[in-house]
Design a protein. Structure first.
Length: 153
């Protein structure tokens, strides 16, 4: 089983507002970068989309070390998800889980992908090379979304 390090990040100019996501996938000496964006989104949605897109890019089951700077994504996947699913996608306060569409996609990728995933939190904007690259890619995603919108007018 291949080992891979994945660094993900999301960015939003305004929350909600134009947003972007980025991912850096590293396995040995091989690197792959991914990014994208949306015009009307939130930072949390972009953080989640980065992880979804990165895991979707894997062609076969891998041993993944997933580096995120989002406590929302980390705690959602490692602490809250089990309870949400048991309560029919409701929070402890019996409210609908926000971003349920993305949580369900992420859950399906994690549980059905055959990957062994180790979740790691990294402090954002603290000079961590993988996180800084993912952050730059997320910002590239914002610019890409804005350029596409400008081209439509």
């Amino acid at each position: 089983m291949n080992s891979i390090d994945i660094y993900t990040d999301g960015a939003c100019k305004g929350n909600p507002g134009p947003g972007g996501w980025g991912a850096l996938l590293k396995s040995g000496h091989t690197e792959k970068t991914l990014f994208g964006g949306e015009l009307d989104t939130t930072n949390n949605r972009m953080e989640m989309t980065a992880v979804i897109e990165a895991l979707s890019a894997l062609k076969r089951p891998c041993k993944v070390t997933l580096h995120v700077d989002s406590q929302y994504v980390l705690k959602g996947m490692t602490e809250w998800l089990v309870g949400w699913k048991a309560k029919g996608w409701k929070t402890a306060a019996k409210l609908p889980v926000k971003n349920v569409d993305l949580w369900q996609k992420l859950d399906a990728l994690v549980s059905g992908g055959g990957h062994h995933i180790e979740w790691r939190w990294v402090k954002g904007h603290a000079g961590h090379p993988g996180n800084e690259r993912a952050d730059a890619l997320a910002n590239q995603g914002v610019e890409h979304a804005l350029q596409q919108a400008a081209g439509r007018h």
